[in-house]
Structures are given as structure tokens and as C-alpha cells.
Design a protein around this ligand. Structure first.
Ligand SMILES: Nc1ncnc2c1ncn2[C@@H]1O[C@H](COP(=O)(O)OP(=O)(O)OP(=O)(O)O)[C@@H](O)[C@H]1O
Ligand SMILES: [Zn+2]
Length: 732
């Protein structure tokens, strides 16, 4: 809020700045300028200048105006952040116990976007001017320019098939002149009726239900729970069409960038244009355009990673969260927040529909649907009419492979059959690299990260031992650093690279492809390779969890899970749920179009309830059992959890502080406090970690409790850090 004091004769304003302080700072507004809540500004802060926004907080009029600094710049060509977005920022800060300025920082990610886009230098034909000497190249340039339009220098050279020096020559001889071209025109709008698919009756029913949600004045949340391949995408495309019809913008959140490429193409098939993209891999130029386009309203649909939730939409009217169960929607650093949950909040604050979609919904969303808090739309069959895959377990205790091999004979057999029949296979192992542990056969030395309590993972392709927690790496040594033994190091256990080695051994003639996020070439290569798989250009694909999600590989017949038990060992209350989701998703890639899909799960505990639920296909029973277990343990969504993680460079000191913090916890019968306990990942990046866990009933205001506790607890010192994670998804 602004504050005009006739005595001071100066306007002051509260500005939220991107630092971890609880409130806003007060600044003077430069004479002749005006600001309103939401105006984006640049202000001096210590020795630097930062971008912030004028906020709805009464500025501190008690401060001596001579001590106040002036706002150094008012971005008056950028629309102020609207009230809904400001409330959302405050809400997220309040919920996560984060600083509002740090949440605002996620909105103001693109400083370049605050400047109008600069015009682009170009060239134009000077009317009537002719070159003194005509050459074939020059003629081609002039012929290309026949239409009289201006071109960029490189664009013209490319179109005319000449080198840029030919253009420079024509400029020099005053046949062409340099001009400034206006920046890119706004992107074309999606066409509502471009190519609507004929939907199945189940899809149509879901579409009708979703369209109705737009008339709910309070906003509503819907869950599309449809089996893998049931055509959920086509269903929510029609919800997007409805939002566009109502002149609203739409946002689709996806968990993984590798998914976006296929999504963009599918969107284009439906709406005739590509949607805008927003994630960490887009260029600065695109980032700037999308941010500006979203704020001006020129961009109507954005597909993005979780951070897209903080874009300054002018008239957002729908959010879709696809693969809503995915853990990638949880941000763990800085401001830990769940993009799925915060999407629901954003919809609620602005009263528009939010749609969650998944073949394996989170227990939380499933409960909300069962209790009627969310609308539920079920798609029990695949849209193509194909059957769901036939699943079977391979009991590694009785039919495992010989020593040093990882593929059981029955899986090898199935691979052989599938390959012979021209089908595609996928081998899934959620472990990057070659081997998760390297040790010395002679002295037992194990390679561990110097900064984390984690083994170093061998990446044979890069010839490195890598820490998956901090990125530390070292060369694979020629001899054991401990006993100096030569040729004594052995790789223990498989990663995807090792599986690939076995596959090339067994099937030298097959086209194999390893899909893992850490291979050279980055996301571009990954996108290319996903497309190859989609088009049937690979026979055997070996991949980590990123192949498990949402992909549509029409030729894929067989999915082999190398280690179905991998996720079950954790002391994580969601371990069963997460494993069920991951394995149902990855096997759900098989036989999507033509049916006949097969999923084989290699396991050492075939009697585990998760494996049994997958094999029986009785998803409802699995969810019921999980929900019952959560209810009786008082775990989310029936109770509330918050983790408090204490970390510091000195182990004893960090532990002592964590204990003191626990002792300082206000007594409250509603709250159960566990810990402190040394974290499963006891050290990361040289910091020792201890965890506390607070549990409370669902109605309890856990945030207020935590705020009070941390405020009256001992102050962290000597490099200690205290991080609060509301509703933690990881317990490491
Ligand atoms: N009505 C339809 N008629 C024919 N094909 C359809 C129809 N709807 C969807 N499809 C096709 O079915 C396949 C699966 O659709 P989609 O990817 O939307 O499934 P999904 O429900 O998102 O699955 P998953 O949860 O496994 O990602 C796609 O190839 C899609 O083009
Ligand atoms: Zn490390």
C-alpha cells in the first residue's frame, strides 16, 4: 500500500525484494513517478541493485525519510503483477514458511523480459537502385527481395543461397540499406476447431464434465483417473479449448522436459500451432518472449515445468497437472513446494478449474476424489481399444540369471521373441551409470564421495566415478588407492550402461538405445532419441525413470523391469505407492496401440503386496489398502507432516543444535515430534544432516506451530541451516 504523508511530501512504498527476509522494505518513489501494488521496480539493496515488486504492505512511515533510498527504476511498460498473483505469492510463502521475497523471485525470473524487445537489424532494397556490376549471386539476392519486404542479413543470405558478404557488398554499393525490423510478431493463436479427434464415449463424458466445471463460480478441481493409454491428453485438450473459448489462458504442467517434444506435436495436431514452452532448457530469448507474452496475453497456452506456475498470466483460466502423482512436481531446494498442490491453490484463489490427470493418482488426490472434494472422471479402457499389458513376475530366487548377468533367461527369451517379431522392447532400471558401487577385490576398499555419504557410481562411458548427490567425480583409477593392487577393482550391481552391455552381447544385431538424463548431448539428444523410439527406430531401449512417464511409443510390446524391488527398501511412508506408480506407468508403455503388451518384473519378493497388486491388476484394492494404512497411521492426507532438516559443517555441533531445537518445541498434544535422527543421507556437500519430523492431525495449523517453535527455539549459528519441508516427499 502506498503512503502519502503531506509533511514528508514524498511517496513511500513497500517493496518485496528477492532475499530471505520475512517482510518488505520501504523505499521512496522518485518524484514524478507513480507506482501501484504489483508495479515491478529496481531498487538498491546493500551494494547491489535488485528487481522487486511494490507490495500490499503498509510502508514503514516511522523510518526517517532521509535514511530511505529511492526506487531506482520503475518498469512502467510491464503490467503490474495482479492481485491474484500477489495473493498467490503470499499464500505460498505462508504455506511453505518461506520468505515472500524468495517466492516472488520465482515470478521475476526473467529480468530481460522487463525491457521491451529490441528491434532486429535488417536490410531493405533502396528503390530503383541497381548494382554497378551484376553477378549471379547479386541477382539471386535481388530476386529474393522482389516482394519489397525487409529481411535480416542472415535470413536473406540463407534464402538467396549466398554468403553474407554478398549482402554486405550490396549494402556498401547503396543498393540495400540497413533498417530496423520490429521484434517478432505475437505468436499465432491456437485454433479451436483445427482438428478435433473423435473421442470415445468415456472420453466425451469426461470432456462434458470438465466443461461444466468452468461454470462453477468458486473454481473446482477434477481428477482424471484413466488407465495408461486411455487418452487423457485428448480429454484435457478439450478443457483447454473451453478455456480458450472463454478468452482465458491455459497452463499445462508436465513433470519432465523429455515429454514436452511429443506433447508439442500432439498439441499442434489438435490446435494447429505449437504452445509456448517454459522450463530450464529454453533459451533466454524464448524465456523472455514467453514471460512477456503471458503477461500481455499474446501467449494463450503454456506448457511447462513446475516453475511455470509462477508466470504472470494476464487472464489464466485453467491449469492442467499431467502425471499429477509425479515426485518431480515437488521442488526440494530453496522454497520447497509441491507444484501440484500449489496449482490447486492458484486455481482456488482465482476461482478457475484445475485438472489433475494420471493413470496412477497420488493417494492424496484419490482420497480427495473419494471424499467428493475433487470431481472424478474415470477412463477404464484404452482409447485405442487395445488391452492393458499382461504382467508377470520373474522370481529371481528360482529363475534368476547366472552370476555376472542381470537378465533372467525368461526375459531374454521374451526379448528374442519380440525382436524376431519386429516389435520394440524396453528394459527399465532406475539407476544411471554402469554400476552403483565399485570395490577392490583384494582389500575391500569402496569408493565413496568425499563430500556425501554415498557410493560413487561408475559411469563407464565417461570413464568416471560420479557422486549422484553433489556431482563430484573422479577418474577411474588404474589401481586401488588403498592397497595399490592392479586390476583388482570390481563393479558391483547394474546400472543402465551395464544392462546395455549385456544386451549388445546377447543381441548384437539389434538397434539398442540407452535413455538416461546424464548422457552427453543433454536434453536435445534425449528429445531426438525419444523421437527415434516413437518412430520405431530402436529395437531395444534401456532407460531410467524418465522413460516411464507419459510417453507414447506405438511399437513398444515388451517392458522388462530389471529390479522391481529397487524402490521398496526405503524407510519412506510412500515407498509402496511410489513403486506401484512407477511400475504401473512403465509397464503401461507396452502395447498401447495394437495391444498384446507384455510386462515382466524381475523381483526377489514376488509376494510383496505391491508386486501382487500389479500382477492382479487390482488397482482399486491396492489404493484401498494404502489409504487404510495411511488413515490408521495418521499419515497424509489424513494427517500432516513437516520435516525440519538441520545441517552444518560440524557434525557434533549440528547434532547438538538439532537436539536443542527438539527440546525447545512447544508442548502440544496434537503434535508428535520424531527425532532428531541422522538423515539417511547423513552428509551432502560436506554438510552433516539431522532430521526432525512433526506429525499432526489434518485440521491442525502446523505452519503456525512451526513458526512459533522456530521463533522461540535456539538461533542457528556457525554455518547451521534449518530448512522446513512441509509435506515432505523424500525422507533422505
Ligand atoms: N479417441 C481416440 N481415438 C483414437 N485414438 C486415441 C483417442 N484418444 C487418444 N488416442 C490415442 O491413444 C494413445 C494414448 O493416448 P494418451 O497418450 O492421451 O493416453 P494417456 O491417457 O495420457 O496415457 P498415459 O497415462 O499412459 O500417459 C495416443 O496415441 C492417442 O493418440
Ligand atoms: Zn557427493
Amino acid at each position: 500500500m502506498l503512503f502519502d504523508d503531506p509533511d514528508i511530501k514524498e511517496t513511500i512504498a513497500s517493496v518485496l525484494v528477492p532475499v530471505a527476509v520475512p517482510g518488505a522494505y520501504t523505499y521512496k518513489v522518485p518524484p514524478g513517478q507513480s507506482v501501484v501494488p504489483g508495479t515491478i521496480v529496481k531498487v538498491p539493496l546493500g551494494s547491489r541493485e535488485v528487481i522487486g515488486a511494490v507490495w500490499d504492505i503498509e510502508p514503514d512511515a516511522a523510518i526517517n525519510p532521509n535514511k530511505l533510498k529511492y526506487i531506482s527504476r520503475v518498469y512502467d511498460t510491464t503490467p503490474p503483477l495482479d492481485k491474484d498473483l500477489r495473493r498467490f505469492v503470499d499464500w505460498v510463502a505462508n504455506w511453505t514458511l518461506g520468505a515472500p521475497g524468495m517466492v516472488l523471485r520465482m515470478v521475476l525470473r526473467s529480468e530481460e523480459a522487463l525491457e521491451p524487445e529490441a528491434p532486429v537489424p535488417g536490410v531493405r532494397r533502396i528503390e530503383g537502385a541497381e548494382p554497378e556490376r551484376s553477378t549471379a549471386a547479386r541477382s539471386r539476392v535481388l530476386a529474393t527481395m522482389e516482394d519489397g519486404f525487409a529481411w535480416t542479413r542472415s535470413g536473406l543470405a540463407h534464402a538467396a543461397g549466398v554468403s553474407a558478404s554478398v549482402i554486405d557488398g550490396l549494402l556498401h554499393h547503396n543498393v540495400l540499406e540497413a533498417v530496423l525490423l520490429p521484434a517478432a510478431p505475437p505468436p499465432p493463436k491456437p485454433q479451436l476447431d483445427y482438428a478435433r479427434k473423435t473421442l470415445t464415449p468415456a472420453q466425451e463424458a469426461a470432456v462434458a464434465g470438465l466443461v461444466k466445471c468452468f461454470d462453477t463460480a468458486t473454481g473446482s478441481v477434477s481428477l482424471i483417473d484413466g488407465v495408461t493409454g486411455s487418452g487423457k491428453t485428448e480429454v484435457y485438450f478439450e478443457a483447454i479449448a473451453e478455456a480458450l473459448r472463454r478468452d482465458r489462458q491455459a497452463l499445462v504442467l508436465l513433470p519432465e522436459i523429455s515429454l514436452t517434444e511429443q506433447f508439442l506435436r500432439r498439441f499442434e495436431q489438435r490446435f494447429g500451432v505449437y504452445p509456448a514452452e517454459w522450463h530450464s532448457e529454453i533459451t533466454v530469448k524464448n524465456r523472455t518472449r514467453v514471460w512477456r507474452g503471458v503477461a500481455s496475453g499474446d501467449v494463450r497456452v503454456v506448457i511447462g515445468a513446475r516453475s511455470a506456475l509462477f508466470l504472470p498470466f494476464r487472464e489464466l483460466g485453467l491449469i492442467i497437472v499431467d502425471e499429477e502423482h509425479d515426485a518431480a512436481f515437488k521442488q526440494d531446494d530453496r522454497v520447497p513446494y509441491s507444484a501440484r498442490d500449489m496449482a490447486v491453490v492458484r486455481g482456488h484463489l482465482s476461482k478457475f478449474p484445475v485438472v489433475l490427470a494420471s493413470a496412477t493418482p497420488s493417494v492424496e488426490s484419490r482420497v480427495n476424489a473419494d471424499l467428493g472434494r475433487y470431481e472424478l472422471f474415470e477412463l477404464p479402457e484404452r482409447a485405442s481399444g487395445a488391452d492393458l499389458p499382461e504382467l508377470d513376475a520373474i522370481d529371481m530366487r528360482v529363475e534368476g540369471p547366472e552370476r555376472g548377468r542381470w537378465l533372467a533367461p525368461r526375459l531374454v527369451h521374451a526379448l528374442k521373441d519380440t525382436f524376431a517379431a519386429g516389435g520394440q522392447s524396453l528394459l527399465f532400471l532406475n539407476r544411471r551409470g554402469y554400476a552403483p558401487l565399485t570395490l577392490c577385490r583384494t582389500c575391500g576398499h569402496r569408493f565413496q564421495c568425499a563430500h556425501c555419504s554415498a557410493w560413487l557410481v561408475e559411469h563407464r562411458f565417461q570413464k568416471k566415478l560420479v557422486c549422484h548427490h553433489c556431482g563430484h567425480f573422479e577418474k577411474v583409477p588404474d589401481k586401488c588407492p588403498s592397497c595399490q593392487g592392479v586390476d583388482t577393482l570390481v563393479a558391483c550391481g547394474p546400472g543402465v550402461e551395464r544392462i546395455a552391455e549385456e544386451v549388445s552381447d546377447l543381441f548384437p544385431q539389434a538397434r539398442t538405445l540407452v535413455l538416461s538424463s546424464d548422457l552427453p548431448g543433454g536434453p536435445e539428444r534425449l528429445k531426438r532419441e525419444m523421437k527415434i523410439v516413437e518412430e520405431g527406430g530402436a529395437d531395444i531401449v534401456i532407460g531410467t525413470q524418465l522413460v516411464a512417464k507419459g510417453h507414447n511409443f506405438p511399437k513398444l510390446k515388451l517392458v522388462g523391469v530389471i529390479d522391481a524391488d529397487l524402490g521398496l527398501a526405503h524407510g519412506d511412508p510412500r515407498a509402496a505407492e511410489k513403486t506401484f506408480q512407477l511400475l504401473a506407468q512403465v509397464t503401461g508403455r507396452a502395447g498401447r496401440v495394437h495391444g498384446g503388451g507384455i510386462g515382466l518384473l524381475q523381483t526377489y519378493c514376488a509376494e510383496h503386496p505391491v508386486i501382487r497388486a500389479l500382477l492382479s491388476g487390482d488397482k482399486a484394492a491396492f489404493y484401498k489398502a494404502e489409504i487404510d494404512a495411511r488413515r490408521s497411521a495418521g499419515l497424509p492426507p489424513f494427517g500432516r507432516l513437516a520435516a525440519v532438516i538441520v545441517s552444518g559443517p560440524d557434525k557434533t555441533f549440528a547434532e547438538g543444535y538439532a537436539r536443542a531445537l527438539a527440546r525447545a518445541a512447544p508442548a502440544d498434544q496434537a503434535v508428535t515430534l520424531l527425532g532428531p535422527a541422522e538423515a539417511a543421507l547423513a552428509m551432502v556437500r560436506g554438510r552433516y544432516r539431522f532430521r526432525l519430523l512433526a506429525m499432526a492431525p489434518r485440521q491442525f495449523d502446523l505452519q503456525s506451530y512451526l513458526r512459533h517453535w522456530l521463533a522461540c527455539g535456539p538461533k542457528p549459528s556457525r554455518g547451521l541451516r534449518v530448512q522446513v519441508d512441509i509435506d515432505p516427499q523424500h525422507f533422505l
